[in-house]
Write a protein that binds this ligand. Sequence first.
Ligand SMILES: Cc1cc2nc3c(=O)[nH]c(=O)nc-3n(C[C@H](O)[C@H](O)[C@H](O)COP(=O)(O)OP(=O)(O)OC[C@H]3O[C@@H](n4cnc5c(N)ncnc54)[C@H](O)[C@@H]3O)c2cc1C
Length: 347
Amino acid sequence: MKTTKYLIIGQGLAGALLGAKLLEREAEFLIMDAFSPHAASQVAGGAFIPIVFRTLKKAEMIDEYLPALFNTYDSLEKLTGKKFLHMIPSLKLFNRDDIHKWQAAKKSTAGEFIKDLHSQVDISGVKPGFCGAVIEPSGWVDTKLLTAGMGEWFLKNNLLIQEKLDYNRIEFKKDGMIVNGRIKAEKIIFCEGAGAFHNPWFGNAGFSLNKGEILEIEVPGLNDDYIIRGDVFVMPLGNNRFRVGATYDQNNIDHYPTEAGKQQLLQKLDAILSLPFKVVSHHAGIRPSIKDRKPVMGAHPHFPQLFIFNGLGSKGVLYGPYRAIEMADFLLHGKALPAMVDVNRYF
Ligand SMILES: Cc1cc2nc3c(=O)[nH]c(=O)nc-3n(C[C@H](O)[C@H](O)[C@H](O)COP(=O)(O)OP(=O)(O)OC[C@H]3O[C@@H](n4cnc5c(N)ncnc54)[C@H](O)[C@@H]3O)c2cc1C
C-alpha cells in the first residue's frame, strides 16, 4: 500500500499548480488523475488580460495575480523544459461610440495596462471601421501542454497515479483514509474541475457549471502580433493557425461540440475578419464555475481531512497560481484563507 500525507485528486490546471506548490515546499504528496481529453484544461483558450472589458476597470487583485502568474509559470517551464506561457499584447476592437469611455479608462487606474488607443485599426485581415486599444501585459498559457508536461514530471518522480478515484472506495480510518483499496492518505484535496459536481462532500459547494466551445481556424494573412478581441478572441498559434473562443452556456452541461456553438463563434468572427478562413477543429469543455465567480478552497466543515481547491471558472490561468500558493499555505501552515474564497461560505 502506498502512503502519503496529501493526496490530490485531479491533475488539471488546479491539481498541477497545487502539486507544484507542495513540491516547492517539500511536502509529501501524491496525485491521482483519470485523464480526460474533455477536461477544461485540455480545451481552454488559456488567455489572460488585466482589465475587465465590461467595466473598463483594472481586474480585481491583478497586482497580486500577475506576479504569481509570472513566477509560477516561469518556474514550471524550467522544471518541465516546455514553453507554455506566451506573452502577446491584446488588441481590443471597439466602435467609435465608445472612444470616450476608453479615453476615460486610459486616465483611470486601468490606464497602466492600456498602452495605446487607435481611432482606426488598420491591420491585415481585420475589417475596417474599428477603433482599438492595445493592452499589456496580456497573453495565454497552453494549459494542455502545461498539464501534460507536469504529468510527465510527476509520473517520472512517482508522484502521479493514473486512475479514477471511486468515491465509494474511500474508507475512513482513525489515522487517515484508504483510497481505491491501495493508497493510504492523511488528507485528500479534491481538484476535480467540473467533475466535482458529483462529489458527495463538495458537490453542493456553489457550482454553477458553464460549458464552453472553442474553434481552431486557419487564416493565411491574418495579423498575428496581437490576440485580437472582438466579441470573441482570436489568438495566434503560429503557422496561420488561430484559436477562437469561446461560448458560454449554463444550460447544456456536456462536452459535445454543437453546430449552434460553432455558428455563434463563426458569426462573431465574421463581424471582425475580412479574410477567408477554414475551421480546423472544434472542441467543448466545462468550466468549473461558482455562483459568485470566486474559487472554492479550504476544508470541509464536517470532514476536516477532506479539502477542495476548485472553482477557477473562466479565469483559471490568472487565478490559479496565486490561489495555489494560498491553498498550500493553508494546508501546510494553517494560514487562514480569505473569506471570499473559503468553501465554508457555501455550507
Ligand atoms: C472552452 C473553454 C475555454 C476556456 N478559456 C479560458 C481562457 O481563455 N482563460 C482561462 O484562464 N481559462 C479558460 N477556461 C477555464 C479553464 O480551462 C479552467 O479554469 C481550468 O482549466 C480548470 O482547471 P481544473 O484543474 O480545475 O479542472 P480540469 O481541467 O477539468 O481538471 C480536472 C482533472 O481532474 C480529473 N478528475 C476529475 N474527477 C476525477 C476522479 N474522480 N478521479 C481522478 N481524476 C479525476 C479530470 O479528469 C481532470 O484531469 C476555459 C474553459 C473552457 C471549457
